[in-house]
Write a protein that binds this ligand. Sequence first.
Ligand SMILES: [Zn+2]
Length: 478
Amino acid sequence: MREVRIKDTLTGELRTLDPDEEVGIYACGPTVYSRIHIGNARPFVIFMLLTRFLEAEGYRAKLVINVTDINDKIYNAAKLASESSEDCAKRMTAAYFEDTGRLGLGRPKAEPLASETIDSIVDLISDLTKSGHAYESGGDVYFRVSSFAGYGKLSNRRTEDMDQGEEAGSASLKGSPLDFALWKSHKEGEDTWWNSPWGPGRPGWHIECSAMAEAELGPSFAIHGGGSDLVFPHHENEIAQSEAAGRPFARIWMHNGMVETDTEKMSKSDGNIFQLSEALDRFGREAVVAYLISGHYRQPLAFGSEHMDEAVARVERLRNFFRENPVDASPGRAAGEGSAEPARGASGEAPPEQQRGGSVGTSPDARVDSFRDALADDFNTPRAMAEVFELVGEANRGEVPGASEAVREMLDLVGLSSLTQPDEGAETDETAQKLMEEREAARAEKDFEHADRIRDELAALGWEVRDSAAGPSLVPKV
Ligand SMILES: [Zn+2]
């Protein structure tokens, strides 16, 4: 079991996870008012893969990603779609499960909905009003920021630079502009509300997460994560609420950088593929995952069709590698005869074959170790993936015994082991082939609408078109 270190936003230091206790991770999930985009998929992928890695290292881990299904944005979106806010939230929650399911990484252990956590939310607000950290005003309840000495410690902002934004509540009801709403009284035209000691209404966004994290992970847990845009005010307010109520709360704050689009450069078609479901249709799940782990999670990640094309080329390179260097997929042989790791000696050292010829490269074994070391070091996925591509490059230049098994082991850790079976079920039928040719012709004539329609037709038939530098190809939809 490796020592795993994560950079903590609060202290700015690398913090080590405790191997003796369950690593509870709470990551803020989406507000379900529209289909999610690639930027929302980044924390989902990062925290799912971090959990997978921790478990592979022998840690016990529990990942919780919530769904914010009570929010102003949902009321507004429901009005525009002429449906109830409950229906809108349900429809978009289902779409979120479907889209993230297509990433093929499994699901978090718990995915609580705010609408199903109301009792815990009301209890937490009651604790805060009783202890004087919150006050009722005109049916709303506000957190009294001046009552919490640690306010601002996560975001390191000066008070004059703090703006509570749209979640702030009504200025005339607040004791101070810095205070923020824990409970909002029911307003005319809002079609969902709950009863509370302060009258009918609904919770504020920040208190939802404090309550859901505690309900799933207890009053103290290892990691709280989310996008860096949530540091202020969302996470600053979560700390204030939970700590003021006497909960120790999260020990490490882990933030992923934003996926950045160049709005000036972004074409309409780039705008479409920014939606996760569109990106999955167009590029396939492997390329989407490969793209999202191509940069360090803490750094911003540039998004555009050229970046997706690069990701497609990288996964094609891996598929081609496994076409040339197949691994035995039968679990019997892999487990029974050790064929999954034929190049490894019992001692873990490189076997003699690899030491022949004088120039000893890095053994596949050592590559896997470096890969895991990189992930243990603040989850450095680009450094880890560099090991994969260096080994693939070496093996492409000359035989490296055990290379494909080592690459498979590494890809499995980042949810990409499907690339080891590059042509599984990939026999295309004639209809699909014809449609793809028709689509190519339409694209050549720049009739992109027609081309997109054919892509949808193919999708309905169970085929995904993947465009790469080598031309388009058909793969069965996941
Ligand atoms: Zn949250």
